[in-house]
Design a protein around this ligand. Sequence first.
Ligand code: UDP
Length: 235
Amino acid sequence: MKYKRILLKLSGEALMGNRQYGIDPKRLAEYAEDIKDITNQGVEVAIVIGGGNIFRGVAGASHGMDRVQGDHMGMLATVINGLALQSALEDAGIPTRLQSAVHIDQVAEPFIRRKAMRHLEKGRVVIFGGGTGNPYFTTDSAAVLRAIEIEADVILKGTRVDGIYNTDPEKDRSATKFDHITFEDVLRKGLKVMDTTAFTLSQENELPIIVFDMNKKGNLLKVVSGEKIGTKVNL
Ligand code: UDP
């Protein structure tokens, strides 16, 4: 395997499958199988999960809700998704731990870096819930932050498109995909990979990002084994 320790970022929306809201157990089970395929190869896996399928702070604020209050709801949504993912992984026979950036001790361990790393060394999948634990951030920022902290080799952003395009492939049929692109070029061309805070944190810490289609069975294993699918962003 090309990568020994990875951080997989899954958006909350990815868990919806074909639904409009919430969690699709079938989709979760498929993800669990894909994750099992890489843990079976000895790859250490940490996961940051989003919350957009349940609640986003910005959406609340656009309806007049206090932004911080909404962000707290969003962070709790990521814990709910983390629990669902944990359950699916355990059904697939994968030992897991859920660590939360917000204290919710009856439900999840608190985030402790050394403990997280020990879990990974022991072959447990570690799910990080609660984002960064702070309002005004996103789970993409949490993903980059945790990836750097646990010294992951790469951050894998599993999406429903198969990489980074020069324009939106869901709107423009002539859009072309990059196999590889530098951090600088992403910024220069104004492409959207992650929010700016997350993206620059990754750039400053020289942490490569691979964007790939997580909804195609077997893709995760291909990416981790070094096959050139998706788009890789690095220096
Ligand atoms: N959130 C937050 N701080 C964080 C991470 C998340 O306040 O560090 C809140 C924020 O309201 C966000 C919501 O949690 O809208 C869900 O996270 P995100 O939108 O990143 O989820 P995704 O788009 O990946 O599903």
